[in-house]
Design a protein around this ligand. Structure first.
Ligand code: SF4
Ligand code: SF4
Length: 355
């Protein structure tokens, strides 16, 4: 049976905070009661490996998709993209009350015109919603209803993809995994035409996951300059068959270290678990390339110096030699003093004020 059906996936928090769990479960329950939505509860998206049943389920969704997670939307979107879960960007109207969507005053936080973008996104929409922007379940339900009305792509129901996609071994794992359960619904059945009918609206994937730490590239900003691959000395980055930068060995990254995000000239590297919003994927504010870099005024290390220090800590912890600023420091730094920098602009601005 083909039909218009929206799939909603709730990525659960890493924390077992009961208020968060209650919110996740209440959203899922209310969606099931409302009907006409496939709902899946999966562990924290960032922690999922490529072969986790929750990730396999996400890969199997053929049509429009809504993903709710406890992450900045940019982080969620590019984690999905990295795992081959691609689509056109659906725009959620549910934002934090103080969020100004057009505020790109900080040029370092704006998407780059030279960005390489996502590779071949299909013609379906993916909406991502940050569960932290509201604390009322009804707000999320209303937005999902609105998206359901907006969604126009015809999708196939759950059983239709069993005919060929995903791969048989993936399907086997998905259907028979001890950790993937359908609850609160009826198992899918075949109707008289052999087409699927299903009332099974909620599935859960509780396969255990370990907390992970790795960079996520935002290809809407990345210009493929390769500065990250030059800087990282731990073999995390690589290139794909099209010579595009890629986070190849995710788990080689050093837990808690965000060094390369400070080096990227486009602020395209996200560490979703970092406490600094600009590093964790917030649209507001850059990582270290602020228009007026206050470190120049107050003597604090620059973003590049800080990155080199953070990298040295990890090198030494691995029993290797610290390299400081001698390896992989971006060309913009190695090129020496600019003719004019932000400090000059700031001083000129103060002069113009005639104070
Ligand atoms: S440094 Fe940033 S812009 Fe350059 S390739 Fe890496 S992620 Fe892309
Ligand atoms: S944070 Fe450090 S180890 Fe991880 S990818 Fe960046 S430079 Fe490499």
């Amino acid at each position: 049976m083909s039909g218009k059906r929206l799939t909603v996936v709730v990525s659960q928090s890493q924390s077992k905070n009961p208020a968060g769990r209650q919110m996740e479960e209440e959203i899922a329950t209310q969606l099931i009661l409302a009907g006409d939505t496939e709902v899946s509860l999966i562990p924290h998206l960032y922690d999922l490996t490529a072969d986790h049943p929750g990730m396999l389920f996400l890969k199997s969704v053929p049509g429009d998709l809504v993903v709710l997670s406890w992450l900045y939307p940019r982080a969620t979107r590019w984690i999905l993209d990295r795992n081959g879960i691609k689509g056109q960007e659906g725009v959620s109207e549910l934002k934090a009350d103080d969020e100004d969507e057009e505020d790109f005053d900080d040029e370092s936080a704006a998407p780059s015109a030279d960005a390489i973008g996502s590779l071949n996104p299909p013609n379906r929409k993916i909406y991502v919603i940050d569960l932290r922007v509201r604390n009322q379940v009804d707000d999320f339900l209303a937005e999902i209803r609105r998206i359901g009305q907006e969604s126009t792509v015809e999708t196939v129901a759950l059983m239709d993809w069993i005919g060929g996609n995903p791969q048989p071994e993936q399907l086997e794992r998905y259907l028979h995994a001890d950790n993937g359960n359908q609850v609160n619904g009826t198992a899918p059945t075949q109707n008289g035409n052999g087409a699927a009918t299903t009332d099974a609206h909620l599935r859960t994937d509780s396969a255990p996951v370990k907390r992970r730490w790795y960079p996520v590239i935002d290809y809407s900003r990345c210009t493929n300059c390769m500065e990250c691959i030059d800087f990282c000395l731990f073999g995390v980055y690589g290139v794909d068959h099209s010579e595009r930068i890629l986070v190849e060995q995710q788990d080689n990254c050093k837990k808690g270290c965000p060094a390369c995000s400070r080096v990227c000239p486009e602020n395209a590297i996200i560490f979703p678990g970092h406490k600094t919003p600009g590093i964790a994927g917030s649209d507001e504010g850059g990582v270290g390339n602020l228009k007026i870099d206050l470190s120049k005024l107050f003597g604090a290390p620059s973003a590049l110096e800080l990155a080199a220090q953070e990298r040295d800590v990890e090198l030494v912890a691995d029993g290797r030699e610290a390299v400081g600023m001698t390896v992989g420091i971006p060309k913009r730094q190695a090129a020496g003093p600019q003719e004019r920098d932000e400090l000059d602009d700031l001083i000129d601005g103060l002069d113009d004020l005639d104070v």
